[in-house]
Design a protein around this ligand. Structure first.
Ligand SMILES: O=C(O)CCC(=O)C(=O)O
Ligand SMILES: [Fe+2]
Length: 324
């Protein structure tokens, strides 16, 4: 999906005039809606169809989006940036999110912010989190810790990743493996195991680090793959899955190799965004070298729900988009 230059420039001019969206997020979302309604109709429908239909692709690649005229240094502490003069990137990210659903936050992920900064952080370089760099971030979907014992229910339906700055060498790639393709390359016995509640997901790295004192916090036993054969849902945590039998462990290993076999690969560049369906497939990130010099890779990310009603049990009183 590529914006024509004239559309990119017109949208960019309008976004550059908008204030920080966090000042009044619902008004900002309405304004972004108005601005992105001017996309060419085929492109607009393709993005809307991506969000609303079960049989559409699990990943969408949007190119030639507007960018900020001046971009400050990549925040050394993992963000957020405090000296960004314009909010074009935020506008692009939130506008795309608004075409899929509503951006939501979780207190244990980036302090409940709606716009997440995905930036390499020195202490996190080796971790299976979005702060990592020197290790391959395994195929996973983004889950959230939940006292109900399931981490794959109140989690986002979609992620939007938007690139502000690529890594120095331009080698960091985001991968996406669609569950429909994954099951195609797995044998029946493996799929049967993956469809059985033989797996306990570890809570996200941020939760384990900030809340649980680095101790594992495992979910109830769940299946990795669920739902109809032609529209499977898949869930696997980056921060470790405990298989309850050795056969289940072997099936889990096969998922990772199947993902590598079928994955699409994207090297995100400034002005490009990935729409990721967080239920139709798993994503990963290849390794790269961070320098912590203000010029490191910088993505912005949203967590998007099509509907907030079913997660209202964890809504915070201060902000109706932010959840425990
Ligand atoms: O850095 C990337 O390309 C993806 C990182 C990731 O998995 C995420 O932000 O959820
Ligand atoms: Fe992720």
């Amino acid at each position: 999906m590529v914006l024509p230059d004239a559309v990119r420039d017109a949208i960019g001019r309008r976004l550059a005039a908008e204030p920080d969206p966090n000042e009044n997020i619902d008004r900002a979302m309405a304004r972004y809606h108005q601005i992105f309604a001017t996309l060419p109709i085929d492109l607009l429908q393709e993005i809307l169809d991506f969000g609303r239909h079960t049989d559409t692709p699990g990943v969408g690649y949007v190119q030639n989006l507007p960018v900020d005229a001046a971009l400050p240094a990549t925040p050394g502490d993992g963000g957020p940036s405090r000296d960004k003069p314009t909010f074009v990137a935020e506008g692009v990210l939130l506008a795309l999110s608004g075409l899929l659903g509503e951006p939501v936050g979780f207190l244990t992920e980036k302090n409940g912010q709606l716009v997440h900064d995905v930036i390499p952080v020195p202490g996190g370089a080796m971790t299976q989190t979005n702060q990592g760099s020197t290790v391959f971030l395994n195929f996973h979907n983004d889950i959230v810790h939940d006292l109900i014992g399931r981490y794959d229910v109140s989690n986002p339906d979609f992620l939007v990743l938007s690139c502000l700055r690529a890594d120095h060498e331009g080698i960091a790639a985001t991968h996406y493996a669609d569950a429909r393709d994954i099951v195609r390359v797995l044998d029946d016995r493996t799929i049967e195991l993956l469809r059985s509640p033989l797996f306990r997901l570890n809570a996200p790295g941020s939760y384990v680090r900030d809340v649980a004192g680095d101790a594992e916090v495992l979910s109830d036993p769940v299946a990795i793959i669920s739902g109809p054969e032609d529209t499977p849902e898949i869930s696997s945590s980056a921060n470790g899955v405990r298989a309850m039998t050795s056969a289940a462990q072997a099936a889990l290993d096969r998922v990772q190799s199947a993902c590598r076999e079928v994955a699409h690969e994207v090297f995100l560049r400034p002005g490009e965004a990935l729409l990721i369906n967080n239920r139709k497939g798993l994503h990963a990130r290849t390794q790269f070298t961070a320098r912590y010099d203000g010029k490191d890779r910088w993505l912005q990310r949203t967590y998007v729900r099509r509907n907030q009603w079913s997660i209202r049990y964890r809504q915070t009183p201060e902000n109706r988009r932010v959840h425990y």
